[in-house]
Design a protein around this ligand. Structure first.
Ligand code: HEM
Length: 138
């Protein structure tokens, strides 16, 4: 992750958040349309899920430069294990994320923006998956 990547993901994050609930609706619609088997993992109401999505993206951006040092990583990993998140869900989740980014950001989701998000997501997902499988950071 370069400073340039961070600036790029931060800018698009602000744009997504400014769309309020619309982006949350779009993301979960995309996720559950592509992967209906994930629906039951998210029993909360839409507003709760929206808040968690924003939390998740914020955490992703804030920790992308040093994923293994993410505050609360161990607890977050434990929580994901408890609710039944499996390693293979990460690529599904990432795919739905980028598909909804493309729709929400329209022409602003350039290949450069996509690549920066993919680097950030891959790093955090890797750290979280390693913590979930009980291995030390890497
Ligand atoms: C980079 C990867 C991820 C990050 C940074 C992340 C982050 C978070 C955060 C910050 C929370 C809120 C924790 C809390 O409420 O205490 C959360 C909850 C949750 N995450 Fe993740 N997450 C990631 C990947 C995933 C994936 C791949 C799935 C499943 C497809 C998933 C499913 C959930 C669910 C079901 C909850 C709880 C929602 C609820 O309690 O209703 N997460 N995640």
């Amino acid at each position: 992750m370069t400073e340039g990547d961070l600036a790029i993901v931060d800018r698009s994050f602000r744009r997504l958040v400014s769309q309020g609930e619309d982006f949350g609706v779009l993301f979960y619609d995309t996720l559950f349309r592509s992967y209906p088997e994930l629906r039951s993992l998210f029993p909360g109401d839409m507003q709760q899920q929206q808040v968690r999505l924003v939390q998740m993206l914020r955490q992703l951006i804030d920790s992308a430069h040093a994923p293994a040092d993410m505050p609360g990583l161990a607890g977050l990993a434990r929580r994901h294990v408890e609710i039944g998140i499996r390693p293979e869900y990460f690529s599904m989740f990432g795919q739905a994320l980028f598909e909804s980014f493309a729709a929400a950001l329209d022409g602003d989701f350039t290949p450069e923006v996509r690549a920066a998000w993919e680097r950030a997501y891959t790093r955090i997902a890797g750290a979280l998956m390693r913590a979930m499988s009980g291995r030390a950071s890497g």
